[in-house]
Design a protein around this ligand. Structure first.
Ligand code: B16
Ligand code: MG
Length: 217
């Protein structure tokens, strides 16, 4: 039997990709780099600094800035992004998520967050569901980002369960790879891009039968 659930945040619990896009687009405009919504798909699940690197590469400006300058650019984007996050309310929770979390709580199945976002605790607070998660892995403490399994392994450890007792939920390909590399059962939340390698794919969490999910191998 599976004993715990580990969720990615952006694209699984809520959709902050449009806020990321607004903030990155403003910065890119200032730098004279053109990015569109299709390009934004590449930034899903990718860390803040790696996102900036990809944007600079897109504009052929990857060698134009020192590390300090890049950190200042990433900070500037984040300040704008956090301002946009102030608008979040429980209405921004993705469909099916609250039902699923309530059922997990009623069965005493512990839940964790494995998100690349350093803003995850703030986002969960704004959504009003922070207390549903007994573990929120701090991405500042990780050596490697997804597709490395580290963040999912850390979450399982926090929940005091074995990796093969955990079910991971992800909307990004790098995240599915991280879950599988951690030796866990992977549920893919299907969005624009096709996900490869997940054990199960759904559009929303309430499509899943928790009884069946907990029994899956
Ligand atoms: P922050 P996830 C990811 O969230 C986002 O998908 C990605 O676009 C973002 O760059 C990353 O968090 C870092 O976010 O700038 O807030 O630290 O999908 O891993 O929940
Ligand atoms: Mg995601």
């Amino acid at each position: 039997m599976k004993k715990g659930f580990i969720f990615d945040l952006d694209g699984v619990i809520t959709d902050t990709a449009s806020f990321h896009f607004i903030a990155w687009k403003q910065l890119a405009d200032e730098l004279g780099i053109i990015i569109d919504l299709k390009f934004n798909e590449q930034l899903k699940g990718i860390s803040r600094m790696e996102s900036l690197e990809r944007i600079l590469r897109q504009g052929g400006k990857e060698t134009d800035y020192s590390l300090e300058e890049k950190e200042a650019l990433a900070d500037k984007k984040n300040t704008h992004y956090v301002t946009l996050l102030q608008e979040l309310t429980p209405e921004n929770i993705l469909p099916g998520v609250e039902t699923f979390l309530k059922e997990a709580a009623s069965r005493a199945i512990p839940c964790a967050i494995a998100s690349a976002s350093k803003n995850a605790p703030f986002i969960l607070e704004k959504l009003g569901i922070k207390e549903c998660f007994s573990v929120i892995v701090d991405p500042n403490t990780l050596a490697k980002g997804k597709p490395d399994p580290e963040i999912f392994l850390r979450a399982a450890k926090g929940l005091a369960i074995q990796p093969n007792e955990a079910i991971g939920f992800e909307d990004a390909q790098a995240g599915i790879e991280a879950i599988k590399a951690a030796g866990m059962y992977a549920v893919g939340i299907q969005t624009e891009e096709a996900l490869v390698g997940a054990n199960k794919i759904v559009k929303r969490l309430d499509e899943l039968s928790m009884d069946e999910l907990l029994k899956s191998e």
